[in-house]
Design a protein around this ligand. Structure first.
Ligand SMILES: [Zn+2]
Length: 226
């Protein structure tokens, strides 16, 4: 029987955990040695005992100081462990997503392109909910939905009705033959912005949505649960 006294029980658990985590290579080496040792006799066992360093138990303190002064052991070929492989695969997916996103054929001709603070086109990301949705994390679901419909062009507009052959108004209220997203932006720019005919940044789009709370919202049905 082996008894291990440690002031870091989490590290001890990790040392005998073969699943994916950083330092997995060290854990696999420990597990391989232990499984050889366990197979020698079914009576063999290991116990871990947590010892608080602040108690200053002299044997434990001496062992602690000895290990502390020993240089860290680095694993061999760390890049081949599953943790590193998972990170490399995730990075490769995001890189190819960003690369694809540079082509109009990928994002579609109805997608509303906007820029970042340096006027570079927004790039897709998987961090914090993604490039677009992270911007609306504190907004209501209804506002988030209106933003998504506007950016994708899937909104109750005359253009959308003709595109999908849906019964509904095609003309704008001002008399323009087909109501498009750009036309609505143009009307807003004329009365509120005066400079541009479509939002260049997500913040400008949100200003537009707040100023026009029914814009890109579907009408609620007159009856039923929907
Ligand atoms: Zn109009």
């Amino acid at each position: 029987m082996i008894v291990i006294f440690t002031d870091h029980i989490v590290a001890a658990k990790r040392a005998v955990d073969p699943s994916v985590h950083s330092g997995q290579g060290h854990s696999l080496a420990v597990c391989a040695e232990l499984s050889k040792w366990f197979s020698g006799d079914p009576e063999r066992s290991i116990e871990f005992v947590q010892v608080l360093s602040k108690l200053g138990w002299h044997i434990h303190l001496a062992a602690h100081d000895y290990v502390h002064d020993t240089p860290a052991v680095s694993g061999r070929r760390l890049e081949t462990f599953l943790d590193s492989v998972c990170q490399a695969v995730a990075k490769s997916c995001v890189d190819s997503w960003i690369s694809e996103f540079q082509h109009t054929s990928y994002w579609g001709k109805h997608f509303l392109q906007m820029g970042d603070m340096r006027d570079q086109p927004l790039k897709p990301s998987v961090l914090k909910g993604g490039t677009w949705l992270s911007f609306t994390a504190t907004e209501s679901l209804a506002t988030m939905a209106r933003m998504a419909r506007c950016i994708l062009g899937h909104a109750p507009l005359g253009k959308y009705h003709t595109w999908f052959n849906i019964n509904g108004e095609i003309q704008c209220r001002c008399g323009t033959f087909i109501e498009t997203r750009a036309h609505l932006f143009g009307r807003w720019a004329f009365t509120m912005h005066g400079k541009t005919d479509s939002p260049r940044r997500l913040g400008e789009l949100m200003d537009f949505l707040w100023a026009n709370p029914r814009m890109f919202a579907f009408e609620a049905p007159s009856e039923g649960i929907g």
